[in-house]
Ligand binder design. Structure first.
Ligand code: SF4
Ligand code: SF4
Length: 166
């Protein structure tokens, strides 16, 4: 018996535009080699502390091209700590964390990022560092026999972060 038209429309379709956009951002584009073994989940600290976050499920959504579930305001993607445990564990060398970082970049391009990330971006634009320096940092370095940190060459940083001319 043929399915009603509205039921047919419920079928998930691969979003090839999303997959193409992501492929351009991930070096090597190895996401397609993920065979869903789950090895990336075992040592993931975000999975330990969040009932929602799971790198295997994120990779599955990437494989299905479900960009509309990942590239949303308040995306679960931001729960990844960038610890790279999944990079070490993946038997397929898929580098899930690098896929996730590329998804974060795609979210930021769309203007979707947490307030805390916005503060880091602002600090970086102003100082070339992701956290502001304080005298306490130099005191701590001195305790370990390290010299004070050199100022960041902001001219060079600005050249790197300025938008490219059209
Ligand atoms: S990303 Fe790697 S470790 Fe994670 S499910 Fe896929 S193949 Fe397994
Ligand atoms: S990099 Fe992200 S996804 Fe990978 S193990 Fe760490 S927190 Fe989990």
């Amino acid at each position: 018996m043929p399915e009603p038209a509205d039921q047919k429309n419920d079928v998930l379709r691969v979003d090839f535009q999303f997959r193409r956009e992501l492929a351009e951002k991930v070096e090597g584009n190895l996401a397609g080699f993920c065979y869903q073994c789950g090895a990336c989940v075992g040592d993931c600290p975000s999975t330990t502390y969040s009932s929602e976050f799971n790198p295997r499920e994120i990779m599955l959504k990437v494989l299905y091209g479900l960009g509309e579930e990942l590239l949303v305001e308040d995306s679960i993607i931001w729960q990844c700590t960038n610890c790279y445990n999944c990079y070490e564990r993946c038997p397929q060398d898929v580098k899930p964390v690098e896929v996730i970082i590329s998804l974060k970049n795609m979210l930021a391009d769309r203007g979707f990022y947490p307030e805390a990330v916005g503060k880091i971006i602002k600090t970086f634009e102003e100082t070339g560092r992701t956290t502001p320096l304080s005298p306490a940092v130099d005191r701590q370095r001195a305790r370990f026999g390290l010299p004070p940190l050199e100022p960041v060459p902001m001219d060079e940083i600005r050249k790197l972060i300025e938008p490219a001319p059209d």
